[in-house]
Ligand binder design. Sequence first.
Ligand code: GLN
Length: 272
Amino acid sequence: MVNAEFVRMLETAGIPDADFDVKCIMEQVTGNRLASELHPEQKQQILNMIQRRSKGEPLQYILGEWEFYGLRMFVGKGVLIPRPDTEILVDTVLDWCKGKSGLKILDLCTGSGCIALALKKYLPDAEISAVDASETALSYARRNAEYHHLEIAFHHADVLDKDFAEQFQDCDIIVSNPPYLTGQEMQELQTEVRHEPAVALLGGSDKDGTYFYRKITSIWREAIKSGGLLAYEIGWKQAGRVSEFLNSNAFRQIQVIQDYEQRDRVVTGEKI
Ligand code: GLN
C-alpha cells in the first residue's frame, strides 16, 4: 500500500493515530485517502506535510482546515483550532433559541469564527456580531464567513475594553469561549497545543483561569437585554466559580452542561 511508508514515518516519530493522519493528508493532496499511485510532486507535497506532522505540528494546521458543526473552517498558525467540545456550546445556544426569531447575538473571542458561523447557519435571521483581539484570527474568521456566504459583523477589539462594550445594547445572547487554561495547565500542554496561540488559551492572571469570565460577565452584562442569555464554554473545573460570577451579576436560571466525557463544559444564565 502506498501510504504504509508514510504511516511508518509518523509512527517512528511517535505520532498517535498515524493512519488517520496519513489518510487525511492523502485526501487533501490527491482527493483520495487511499490513492494507490502518486505523481512525484504529490509525493513531495505529502512528504513535506508528514515532516511537519512528525515535528508535532497539529494536523489541522497542516491541512489548513477542520470541520466544526458540519462546516469547513479554514485554520492555520495564529488561530485556535475549533474543538468538538465547543459544539456543545453551539447546541446549548441553539436549544435556547427554539421558537425565537430575529435574535441579536454577540460572540466574544470568536477566533476562527466557528461559533458565530455555526449559529448563523442555523439561525439565518439572527443579527450576529463577533469580536476578537487578534487580527490574524479575524482574517481566518472573515475568510470562513465569506466561504460559507454567512454574514457576520466582525470587530477587531479587546473584549475587556469597557468603552467598546458600551457600544452594544439589547443583545439577546452573548456567547463566548474565552481563553481559560491556568498557568499550570499551560506548562503541561500537549506538543500540538503548544503550536496554538497562547493568547487564545491562557485564562489571564487569575490562578484558576477564570479571569475572562469575571471580567466579561461584569463588563458585558449591560449589553444583554433583560431575559437574555449569557453562555460560556468553560474549563471542566470552573463551573462553580463561573456560576458565582453569573449569580453575583444578577443572572438567574444558571445551568451547567457537561461534555461527551461527562465533564462540566458550558455554563449559561439569563439576565434578570
Ligand atoms: N479547550 C481548549 C483546550 O483545552 C482551550 C480553549 C480555551 O482556552 N478556550 O486546549
